[in-house]
Design a protein around this ligand. Structure first.
Ligand SMILES: C[S@@+](CC[C@H](N)C(=O)[O-])C[C@H]1O[C@@H](n2cnc3c(N)ncnc32)[C@H](O)[C@@H]1O
Length: 268
């Protein structure tokens, strides 16, 4: 995915993303359990809000390393961190597959909606284990199965059925590449982590109408933006009709509330 290109979109939707994802963020911070004075690394941080919740807890004696492999995303996090007045945060471009930090150098690692999109998730988790001090925890979230996440599976299925996009092959990175408890446990164990605690966390994406949902989708997903943006006019109309039909059950008083389920895991 061309994350550099989606960075402006992530900044535009930052407030709404942070609000809707707050149950996941709360789970991750609670299970990571950072303490004052700790060093916490956030991988794939995007706009950075999850790590910022940890920065408040680790306090002046502690440190948050807010990182992403997209320099544009790191700049968004830097702007947000300075708006919040946080002074205990380092902002760095870091690829989760090759973490440029010493072994045993951080107390905790956070990664929200990141590992499933990394080209080599097993490498990223091994690197995570390497930089964690003994006993240090990783707290991560990924998206659960497609049928519980229509916000992503409805457009994906439409585009695959109509031949506009190849569905990802097993093992390829993608929104659903870690969508089961077994897969998460297997990957964590393979990277040298002990038994993982895994839980479902439900969230809701709220939209004023389906136009807003489509704008959001195009803004936060580079691959969908390219594919949907390049559709002929009649296919765009068919796409809009599919959404209208599929999202009827999610109509709410003031727009749409589209359900989503994250799988959250903690391990050390
Ligand atoms: C779906 S966004 C999640 C952002 C943020 N964690 C959140 O939940 O709002 C995924 C992020 O992972 C980053 N990313 C993808 N592959 C990466 C890699 N190999 N190393 C570091 N960051 C990566 C992208 O640039 C993007 O910011």
């Amino acid at each position: 995915m061309a994350w550099q290109e989606t960075a402006p979109g992530w900044e535009r939707w930052r407030t709404q993303l942070a609000k809707n994802l707050s149950p996941v963020r709360t789970w991750l911070i609670r299970e990571l359990g950072p303490k004052p004075g700790d060093t916490v690394l956030e991988l794939c941080a995007g706009p950075g809000d999850t790590g910022f919740a940890a920065a408040e807890i680790v306090g002046e004696r502690g440190r948050l390393l807010s990182t992403d492999f997209s320099a544009e995303m790191v700049e968004i996090a830097r702007r947000r961190g300075s708006e919040l007045g946080l002074r205990n945060v380092d902002y760095r471009v870091i690829d989760a597959e090759r973490i440029e930090l010493d072994a045993d150098s951080v107390d905790g690692v956070l990664c929200q909606s990141g590992y499933m999109l990394v080209a080599d998730t097993a490498a990223a988790l091994s690197e995570t284990r390497r930089v964690l001090r003994p006993g240090g925890r990783v707290a991560l979230s990924v998206w659960g199965p497609p049928d519980r996440n229509p916000w992503a599976s409805v457009p994906g299925r439409f585009l695959a059925e109509r031949g506009h996009m190849q569905p990802p092959l097993p093992g390829e990175p993608g929104v659903f590449s870690m969508a089961s408890e077994e897969r998460i446990r297997e990957l964590l164990a393979g990277a040298g982590f002990g038994p993982a605690g895994v839980q479902e966390v439900a969230v809701r994406w709220t939209f004023r109408d389906l136009d807003e949902y489509q704008r959001w989708l195009m803004d936060v997903s580079a691959s969908l933006a390219l594919t949907i943006g390049g559709l002929p006019a009649e296919e765009k109309t068919a796409f809009a009709a599919r959404l209208t039909e599929a999202f009827v059950p999610f109509a709410a008083d003031d727009g749409y509330e589209v359900p989503a389920v994250a799988l959250c895991a903690v391990a050390s």
